[in-house]
Design a protein around this ligand. Structure first.
Ligand SMILES: Nc1nc2c(ncn2[C@@H]2O[C@H](COP(=O)(O)OP(=O)(O)OP(=O)(O)O)[C@@H](O)[C@H]2O)c(=O)[nH]1
Ligand SMILES: [Mg+2]
Length: 581
């Protein structure tokens, strides 16, 4: 069997099983084989500057951009000798519209056109950068409130060879972005990725460097590979254009796109095979589902459902207890640890400062106003950095502990309720539920700071220097100036304990707020994970029930066996290495 024959076989089975996702993926595999264009999707959450980036690199203000969600359907930008703009509708003939920003606004989020009826909009431009087959896909933001727009972006992924992923320079790689990357982009073997920190003009050099470092680290952790990350500012590119300066940013981006193209070309065969394997996996899951439906009758399923409902109620109080203990034991222990360390820090600081005051020969007031604030600030920073290691390790262990407790008490319990022949949940059903395939540990980790550096960042309060300075200044004004040196020394010494106490307590409270936030988020995350799990299990039973109550079984056993065998053959061939045509 060659790759074409495998594809044909899988198309036949997918159509018979009416598996939409598999049909779509297979169509994209065939399409990728035939076309000689290179599809780059520009992806990211809404308002990241996707449309602005495309406008800037092409030097055309065509795509509408706004702070509110703007792009409402897929825009395909490709080469055309004659420039045109066409709406490809779902259920009616394509329609040409003027190639202007005004006209494109009509298919935007607040335009007058019903975009749910649009498949995509094709914009053909006579642009040298598109001449060699580069096709850019502008997509709606993936966190848009409008689910249908998000769905549109998901559906286009199988048709892409590479992606440019836009991150906000001010908050690179949020949790939902990480989810999207892992569950969607990588799922379809789009490994040629370029990350862009957009709106780079909004940060100064130092902030940008920090943001780049942070984002690279997070991407690296997530993907387990070197991150290709570049900063970009559409605004700057336009300024350069106005001054007729060649834009280094645009050039760099295009160099990167060339590299992506080469990467994608090299991995083309491998990607096709992986995508076909993905289809096999989807179809196998569907077959397993159909099989269980055949074997279990409706009455049995109703029993399962009842058992699941009542077990769920029984487990509820145990779950509430687990949540409460996370707060009570987990958070309080950490806070106690931290408080004890703060007390030691206070004692040490009081001791150090008093000693220095005692032996100080020079100008006491200068020491108090100039050197001391720096000394306290530095001590707090160093303390925070040391504590970060301990707290990070505590959070990791705590996460691990809750995760294993959860699995032991609930996950396994709920699954056992479904009996030994536990029901098969097809991937398409669980994937659409989001976090189904992740473990509790992975899910909870996403709300915690990833690195020790990030923990330290959370423990060092911005503006702590000002707080320290303020506290010291108020002391010096109450100590009578013009006093004899020895009297002043004594008066200041007296103030030291209160002063240190005040500053550190303030610091400690702020940190405790951060700790509290971490726990609130962890608890909320576990709770929503648990509800999703319950819902998923109930939905699984419901799906089987629905299918089992159909008057005629959808498939004959013989037919299912036949498909299974065909898929098995395809899988074997793909594994052995397949001939490409
Ligand atoms: N400062 C600055 N603002 C930018 C830059 N690029 C885009 N913006 C602004 O960011 C907002 C969003 O830009 P869009 O290009 O519409 O973002 P998008 O990702 O296409 O958004 P959706 O289509 O809604 O998903 C607009 O108000 C832009 O003017 C930039 O480089 N610098
Ligand atoms: Mg847009």
């Amino acid at each position: 069997m060659n790759i074409e024959q495998i594809t044909d076989k899988l198309v036949e089975i997918s159509e018979r099983l009416q598996h939409r996702a598999a049909i779509n993926l297979l169509a994209s595999i065939e399409d990728a084989r035939k076309r000689n264009t290179f599809h780059v999707a520009v992806l990211g959450e809404f308002n990241r500057g996707k449309s602005s980036l495309i406008n800037a690199i092409l030097g055309r203000t065509l795509l509408p951009a706004d702070v509110l969600p703007m792009t409402a359907c897929l825009h395909v930008l490709e080469y055309g000798r004659e420039e045109t703009c066409t709406i490809v509708w779902k259920n009616r003939p394509a329609q040409t519209i003027p190639l202007t920003q005004e006209a494109l606004k009509s298919v935007g989020a607040d335009g007058e056109v019903d975009v749910t009826q649009i498949q995509f909009v094709v914009i053909r431009l006579n642009h040298p950068l598109l001449q060699n087959g580069l096709t850019l896909l502008d997509t709606p933001g993936v966190n848009d409130v409008e689910a249908s727009r998000v769905e549109m972006t998901y559906q286009v992924l199988p048709h892409c060879d590479a992606a440019i992923f836009l991150l906000d320079a001010a908050a690179p790689l949020t949790k939902s972005e990480a989810d999207f990357l892992q569950n969607k982009v990588l799922h379809y073997q789009i490994e040629s990725l370029l990350f862009v920190l957009s709106k780079a003009d909004r940060l100064d050099e130092e902030e940008l460097e920090e943001a780049m470092e942070g984002a690279s680290e997070r991407i690296h952790q997530l993907l387990n590979q070197e991150a290709h990350l570049v900063p970009f500012s559409a605004n700057r590119v336009w300024q350069e254009r106005a001054n007729q300066v060649e834009s280094a940013e645009v050039n760099r981006l295009f160099e990167r796109i060339q590299i992506l193209r080469e990467q994608a070309r090299q991995s083309f065969g491998k990607r096709q095979v992986s995508n076909l394997q993905l289809v096999c996996q989807m179809l196998n899951e569907q077959l397993a589902f159909e099989q269980t439906v055949q074997q279990l009758n409706h009455t049995k399923l109703v029993e399962y459902e009842k058992a699941l409902y009542s077990r769920r109620v029984e487990l509820e109080s145990a779950f509430t207890l687990l949540l409460a203990s996370m707060d009570k034991v987990g958070r309080e222990t950490l806070e106690q640890m931290f408080r004890a360390s703060c007390t030691r820090l206070k004692e040490k600081l009081v001791e150090d400062i008093s000693y220095q005051l005692q032996i100080m020969e020079g100008d006491l007031e200068k020491y108090w106003n100039k050197n001391l604030p720096l000394q306290i600030e530095r001590a707090i920073k160093q303390f925070a950095e040391e504590k970060a290691v301990e707290i990070k390790s505590y959070l990791d262990r705590f996460c691990q502990h809750v995760s294993s407790e959860y699995h032991r008490q609930f996950r396994i319990e709920l699954l056992l309720t479904l009996g030994s022949d536990s029901l098969q949940m097809p991937q398409w059903a669980s994937a659409s539920k989001g976090r189904g395939q992740h473990t509790v540990h992975q899910v909870m980790e996403q709300v915690l700071p990833v690195t020790i550096g990030m923990v330290a960042g959370n423990l060092i309060l911005p503006g702590i220097g000002t707080i320290v300075g303020g506290a010291l200044a108020s002391v010096i004004t109450t100590v009578v100036r013009g006093n004899q040196k020895e009297q002043m020394r004594e008066a200041l010494m007296e103030q030291v304990p209160d002063l240190v106490h005040g500053v550190i307590t303030h610091y400690q409270r702020e940190v405790e707020k951060t700790i509290e936030q971490w726990f609130v988020q962890m608890i909320a995350t576990l709770e929503s994970y648990h509800r999703e799990q319950e819902e998923q299990l109930l939905a699984t039973v419901q799906q089987h029930k629905d299918a089992a109550s159909a008057p005629v079984p959808a498939f004959e056993q013989r037919e299912l066996d036949n498909y299974r065998q065909m898929i098995e053959e395809c899988e074997q061939t793909l594994k052995r290495g397949v001939q490409h045509v």
